[in-house]
Design a protein around this ligand. Structure first.
Ligand SMILES: Cc1cc2nc3c(=O)[nH]c(=O)nc-3n(C[C@H](O)[C@H](O)[C@H](O)COP(=O)(O)OP(=O)(O)OC[C@H]3O[C@@H](n4cnc5c(N)ncnc54)[C@H](O)[C@@H]3O)c2cc1C
Length: 392
């Protein structure tokens, strides 16, 4: 929990560059911690909501949203999933994760009812920007020609995405390695899955996520060589649905396309260090991972949760503002490193038919299927972050 700030006479000022899902939430978190904030983005409020994407939301993100009073407004847009099917298509093995595999499910009350939630980009950004518009301490500076206001700030938050101009201007080192795989997202009507069931299918060409959006609507995140995905993107609806049937297990049948398939490159990226002087990096500016396991945005929001805790300590006079950035960087690197490593390892281990790796996968999935404690540990790492594995 973030400490409740005690208002000080001279307000602390922050400027957040980038009003995507990370920057908008970081601005709200700083206001909640007692700061005055300017949120700046070259996109207008309408453009910021336009992306057709759905995020898998884990319990670490739920806790942050609850703390900021945003969980309730988002409730109507959250599609819970109560079961996650992990399938290795090359081995023909399937491991179900259920609510009972959640760590301390009995202590979570009503929230332990779901393994996770799927949230679409548009309602998420709608709620964040509306909440931002209601805050008198938050100045929204959006749209073409948006320029930072004059005057110094105590903290500059770079949340301007993976191509971050601010990171470049701060001369922070940035490691980037594109995956051969890209990923294609599309929404479809699907038969053969429960409405509250999510799927992670490991196929030799890459992972394939099937995420419930409510009713029979599902978001698909299809990883495969980018060149193949670019060709799929060009197909007409009927040909695309045919290609989809060949990729999905027999029991799942996609019937209708609900939006236009879109292919994206995917990369492993890490910026180091996570701060320079009064500037710190949050979200995809700092790290970018493969979408396997739906970890990306949740990792970004754990950056925000740490920023919120430290900003509240500064407001309460318990941490000098000059120490905030350094402490943030020291506290965030391990979680980031572990998630980047784990997602990369999953992609390398499962995206092949290597005779050396198939037995290893057989043993790993067999152990997951047999022992509940292993499912609990892996679900906890995915849901609360890997660093929580050694904290009570
Ligand atoms: C295909 C795909 C599927 C994914 N699926 C999932 C999933 O299921 N679950 C999950 O958790 N994550 C998922 N992710 C990752 C997720 O989309 C990202 O983690 C998330 O978008 C990062 O948000 P962000 O706010 O850090 O960056 P962005 O969303 O990139 O926002 C950056 C913002 O900065 C602004 N900006 C750019 N330049 C400037 C500037 N000079 N000044 C100010 N602002 C600027 C941009 O306009 C933009 O609004 C997926 C990613 C991909 C590619």
């Amino acid at each position: 929990m973030a400490e409740r700030p005690v208002p000080t006479s001279s307000a602390l000022r922050a400027r957040v560059h980038g009003a995507g899902p990370t920057g908008a939430l970081a601005a709200l978190a700083l206001v909640d911690a007692g700061w005055e904030v300017e949120l700046i983005d070259p996109l207008s409020a309408e453009q910021l909501q336009e992306r057709s994407r759905a995020y898998a939301i884990t319990h670490s993100s739920r806790l942050l949203l609850e703390g900021l009073g945003l969980w309730q407004p988002l409730q109507a847009s959250l599609a819970p999933f109560r079961r996650l099917e992990l399938c290795d298509r090359a081995l023909g093995l399937q491991v179900p994760f259920a609510r009972s595999d959640l760590w301390g499910a009995d202590l979570l009350g009503g929230q332990g009812d779901a393994v996770g939630w799927i949230l679409q980009h548009r309602p998420l950004m709608g709620v964040l920007l509306e909440a931002a518009g209601r805050q008198p301490q938050l100045r929204l500076n959006l749209g073409q020609g948006a320029l930072p206001s004059e005057g110094p700030v105590d903290l500059c938050v770079a949340a301007d995405g993976h191509g971050s101009p601010l990171r470049k201007a701060s001369a922070i080192r940035h490691f980037s390695r594109p995956y051969r795989q890209g990923c294609l997202t599309v929404q479809v009507r699907l038969r053969g899955s429960e409405a509250d069931q999510a799927w992670e299918l490991f196929r030799p060409e890459g992972p394939f996520a099937v995420l419930p959006l409510g009713g029979d609507a599902f978001q698909l995140v299809w990883s495969a060589p980018l060149s193949k995905l670019r060709q799929l993107e060009q197909l007409d609806g009927v040909a695309f649905l045919d290609a989809l049937s060949a990729a999905l297990p027999d029991q799942l049948q996609a019937e209708v396309l609900l939006d236009q398939p879109r292919a994206f490159p995917v990369a492993l990226e890490w910026a180091w260090p996570l701060q320079r002087r009064r500037t710190l990096l949050v979200g995809e500016v700092a790290h970018r991972c493969h979408p396997v396991g739906g970890q990306g945005l949740n990792l970004c929001w754990r950056d925000v949760a740490e920023l919120r805790r430290l900003a509240a300590r500064v407001s309460a006079g318990r941490l000098p503002v000059r120490q905030l950035c350094g402490l943030y960087a020291r506290r965030r690197w391990l979680d980031i490193a572990l998630v980047l490593f784990a997602t990369d390892a999953l992609v390398r281990l499962f995206s092949n038919r290597s005779p050396l790796l198939l037995p290893l996968r057989h043993v790993a999935l067999g152990a997951l299927g047999r022992w509940g404690w292993m499912r609990q540990l892996s679900l906890r790492a995915m849901s609360d972050g890997p660093c929580r594995l050694w904290t009570p």
